[in-house]
Design a protein. Structure first.
Length: 465
């Protein structure tokens, strides 16, 4: 890697409205793998260690500011008049900057830091005034070269000849350019076109006419230059990003049985020897330890799973869930904002919400932590080694002490002391001879003219009393 020849400023354009997205949300804020897409080019640029990072905002500027935080200095393009006009909005902020400007786009989330680093290296090694990325992708800017293979001009597809339309190399719009050249070229660019816009591509033609040294870097992986303009392209970019994320985890020792049906957000951390079966979704800032096993069709949202946890199939961990070492969560179990200590078990058909559960506790089938009274949420505490029988309700706020037992079918509304059995259900009453009397009555009614099964069934409630 070559040493950088001069200071570096990253200028990220993110002011467009994104009309084709047909959305109330700014285009660059649409999420890809759980993060606003504008964060991905910022991540790629961060690897370069730039001296300055500027973000040009326009539509939904306040929302973009919130999403980006303090990662960049913000300048506003109040009126959108093209990419060249957007770059010009940063001129005052960079009035004292003398170095290279790397121009990126908030709607191009797939660009990789390796490609950007190569631009920096090539510029430093070659002494070029401008370095541009090109790719064999379907975008309007056609790269036309002269007989010596040097850049001659950039032609828009609408203005191209048939021969030019056959050229596969296209302009990605990603440039690394001397700041002096950038501003002087934009000063010579006008808006004399149908859209009355200032095009950034004009700087290429001006640099060529001035005999400036231009280098190009063709991308072998054209998807890196993919821009997002509609929901179809958003889905395509998301698929590419998920594939990258899954590959990274697999190379780090995670087994993903079917990557195409496994959705993992960008900020998720997963330990080695974890096994993820098909249909799982892991979202937000989730953290999975080593040796975790996610069975099919599980959803994990912003939760923490320590080592050797087993979840699923078809379980749902909602935000704020923390599972200790060796916890076992079975099918159709939902956990929300709760901490379960090491070795806990909830094997099937259970809801645990807003609870603090000790080590080794066990929840039987159909047990429910009733955390909501219609107005407020309340917490439940379950002690170490407590046992909650099947089909039991714990009405929060309530405390089950260590080694306590709850009888199946109980509705618990009071605390249960240590090593005690809590029973909270109606007393069973057996009515002797009830079946024989019922059958006798049914036989008698069926012999009456006009009677029917329906009329007898209608009397069921009276017969059972």
């Amino acid at each position: 890697m070559s040493a950088r020849a001069s200071q570096l400023c990253v200028l990220l354009l993110a002011a467009g409205k994104g009309t084709r997205m047909k959305s109330r949300l700014a285009k660059v804020l649409h999420p890809i793998a759980g993060r606003p897409m504008v964060n991905y080019p910022l991540d790629a640029a961060d690897v370069l260690g730039p001296d300055r990072v500027l973000l040009v905002v326009g539509h939904h500027a306040d929302d973009v500011r919130t999403a980006v935080g303090d990662r960049a200095e913000l300048v506003e393009q109040a009126e959108q008049r093209g990419t060249g006009h957007a770059v010009l909005q940063a001129r005052d902020a960079l009035s004292d900057f003398d170095g290279d400007v790397l121009i990126l786009y908030g709607d191009t989330p797939l660009v990789q830091p390796e490609a950007l680093q190569r631009m920096v290296d090539v510029k430093a090694d070659s002494g070029a005034d401008l370095v541009m990325l090109t790719a064999a992708i379907d975008v309007p800017g056609i790269v036309v070269r002269d007989s010596n293979g040097k850049i001659a001009r950039i032609v828009e597809a609408t203005d191209a000849t048939p021969d030019e339309l056959s050229i596969r190399e296209r302009n990605t719009g990603v440039y690394l350019v001397d700041s002096g050249l950038l501003w002087s070229a934009l000063d010579r660019t006008d808006d004399d076109n149908a859209q009355s816009e200032i095009y950034l591509t004009s700087i290429i033609e001006i640099a060529v006419s001035d005999g400036r040294h231009i280098e190009t870097i063709p991308l072998e992986d054209g998807e890196q230059a993919m821009g997002i303009n509609n929901r179809v392209e958003l889905a395509t970019a998301s698929r590419h990003m998920r594939a990258r994320i899954n590959e990274r985890h697999m190379r780090n020792g995670v087994t993903i049985v079917d990557p195409e049906t496994t959705y993992i957000d960008a900020e998720v951390v997963i330990g080695a020897d974890t096994l993820i079966e098909p249909g799982c979704v892991i979202q937000g800032s989730s953290r999975l330890g080593a040796g975790v096993h996610l069975k099919p069709q599980c959803t994990i949202e912003s939760s923490e799973l320590l080592d050797d946890v087993v979840v699923g199939p078809s379980a749902h961990l909602r935000p704020g869930t923390r599972l200790g070492v060796g916890v076992r969560i079975g099918n159709f179990v939902e956990i929300k904002n709760s901490t379960l200590g090491d070795g806990c078990k909830a094997d099937h058909l259970t809801y645990i919400g807003d609870a603090d559960v000790g080590e080794g506790a066990s929840f039987g089938c159909g047990s429910i932590v009733v955390n909501y009274d219609g107005i407020e949420k309340h917490r439940t505490t379950v002690g170490d080694r407590a046992f909650v029988g099947c089909n039991s309700n714990l009405i929060a706020p309530v405390r089950l002490s260590d080694d306590s037992f709850i009888a199946a079918g109980s509705t618990v509304t009071h605390d249960v002391p240590e090593k005690s059995l809590g029973v909270a259900r109606a007393r069973q009453r057996n009515v002797d001879g009830w079946v024989a009397r019922r059958e006798k009555r049914l036989d008698r009614d069926s012999s009456v003219p006009g009677s029917s099964v329906e009329s007898t069934a209608g009397k069921k409630g009276r017969l059972e009393t």
